[in-house]
Design a protein around this ligand. Structure first.
Ligand code: SF4
Ligand code: SF4
Length: 430
């Protein structure tokens, strides 16, 4: 794509980065077919190609841009399906980061929208606060008729039954391996995940422990920052990233850390991008690059270990499971087949739904901020998962599990692997 930035504009490093990305796009349109929002609306402005065009206009001539551009950028899920499809290697995700930041600068959001975003960034990244908010959700539901639409949407997404808060992550601790330890990793315990399903971290620690891996969790590490990053709350995102980097640097400098493990793929995509996000920060650039390179999704790490040695074989296998491939895992981290291979190794018959590349509509807090589009994508995904006919669904991201879990039994992949290696069944409340 041709661009027409002035020399003065190109003095800005962000504009230079955007220019390089834009120039890679040849406008072939292959990406439109795999973009969930374009599939739903058929509107070019809801496609990657259309949004790239809109962002070029925004960056070249911000004074001519209307609120319409913000509307279509907001409707992007950030699912990165377009990046998997693009034959030219267009870095759409980083262009979107830049485009959204510029859009927020030239066209102020409404007070209600800003308040909602601030509230989400203040509450959800802190497991204790989020857990408390979910508990208070029952009271808030009584006032739902008089609440603004965005608050009603947020309440609708909150689970009615709230379990216990995951203790893993509340203090700094190392879980010693059950066999003679050979490796040590740092686990990002996460935020919303701790409030929604404490079984995921428990299964992760148990499986790794059986494979001879010590697991260290740092209490300073409360969130990866992705949620805040994607809704324009840059300061909150930076604060979370910095807390992780400084805490993990101490562990890395102490020696013997084999990897940083993430078990929510939305977080994994973010942590793997720390190197890019902190590239211009003299305090954090080096450690951010190191940590991004050390980060593995739990399934990637298990793929490097002798998982078969801890699987308890059963006669006739463990039955069918449909694998839902989270966008942040398959598109954000290019991990698609490996979780299915591990599930097969654990004795499951793995099925895939139709349209596995399409987002379920969760996308962080997209389902709260864009409930109409999110609900359509959810319905489509549920129909495809239902057609696969397995009694269980496995997925590698808490956002998807939460989005689909009120209608189907969706559990994290690690919980199935834990079950197959002697742990509790995936539906156990733990
Ligand atoms: S597939 Fe890639 S090169 Fe083609 S229009 Fe989409 S982003 Fe541009
Ligand atoms: S990130 Fe997803 S929703 Fe956004 S343009 Fe790409 S494919 Fe479409």
């Amino acid at each position: 794509m041709q661009t027409h930035f002035t020399e003065a504009q190109l003095e800005d490093p962000q504009t230079r980065e955007a220019d390089a990305i834009l120039r890679k796009c040849v406008h072939c349109g292959f990406c439109t077919a795999t973009c969930p929002t374009y599939v739903l609306t058929g509107d070019e402005r809801d496609s990657p190609r259309g949004r790239i065009w809109l962002m070029r206009e925004l960056l070249e001539s911000p004074e001519t841009v209307s609120a319409d551009t913000g509307f279509h950028l907001d409707r992007c899920l950030g699912c990165q399906s377009c990046m998997t499809t693009c034959p030219s290697g267009v870095d759409y995700a980083h262009l979107l980061d830049i485009g959204r930041e510029r859009m927020d600068a030239v066209n102020k959001r409404s007070v209600a929208d800003r308040l909602m975003r601030r509230l989400l960034a203040i509450v959800i990244p802190h497991a204790e606060r989020f857990h408390l908010m979910m508990r208070l959700g029952g009271v808030a539901r009584l006032f739902a008729p008089v609440l603004p639409a965005s608050m009603k949407a947020a309440l609708k997404k909150m689970p009615v039954r709230v379990g216990r808060l995951d203790k893993i992550g509340s203090k700094t601790v190392t879980f010693a391996a059950r066999t003679q330890s050979r490796r040590r990793v740092i686990l990002l315990a996460g935020c919303a995940q701790r409030a929604l399903d404490p079984g995921i971290n428990a299964s992760t620690v148990r499986v790794l422990g059986k494979l001879g891996v010590d697991v260290t969790v740092r209490s300073e590490s409360y969130c990866c920052g992705a949620l805040a990053h994607h809704i324009g709350e840059g300061d909150a995102a930076h604060e979370a990233m910095r807390a992780n980097l400084l805490a993990w640097r101490e562990e890395i400098e102490a020696g013997d850390i084999d990897a940083i493990i993430t078990n929510a793929s939305g977080c994994g995509t973010m942590v793997k991008d720390y190197g890019h996000l902190a590239a211009g920060d003299p305090e954090l650039a080096d450690i951010a690059a190191t940590i991004s390179a050390m980060t593995r999704d739990i399934t990637e790490y298990l793929g490097e270990l002798p998982l078969e040695t801890i699987i308890q074989q059963t006669k006739g296998g463990r039955g069918p499971v449909t694998y839902h491939s989270a966008c942040s895992l398959q598109h954000g981290q290019s991990v698609h087949d490996l979780p299915m291979q591990l599930l097969r190794l654990a004795g499951f018959e793995v099925r895939q739904p139709l349209e596995p590349h399409l987002c379920c509509g969760s996308a962080g807090v997209y389902n709260i901020l864009q409930p109409e589009m999110a609900d359509k994508l959810k319905a489509r995904k549920l129909e495809n998962l239902g057609k696969a006919g397995a009694p269980w669904i496995a997925a590698g991201n808490i956002g998807c599990i939460q989005q689909l879990g009120d209608a189907l039994p969706v559990r994290h992949t690690i919980r199935f692997i834990d079950w197959a290696s002697g742990g509790p069944p995936p539906d156990d409340a733990v």
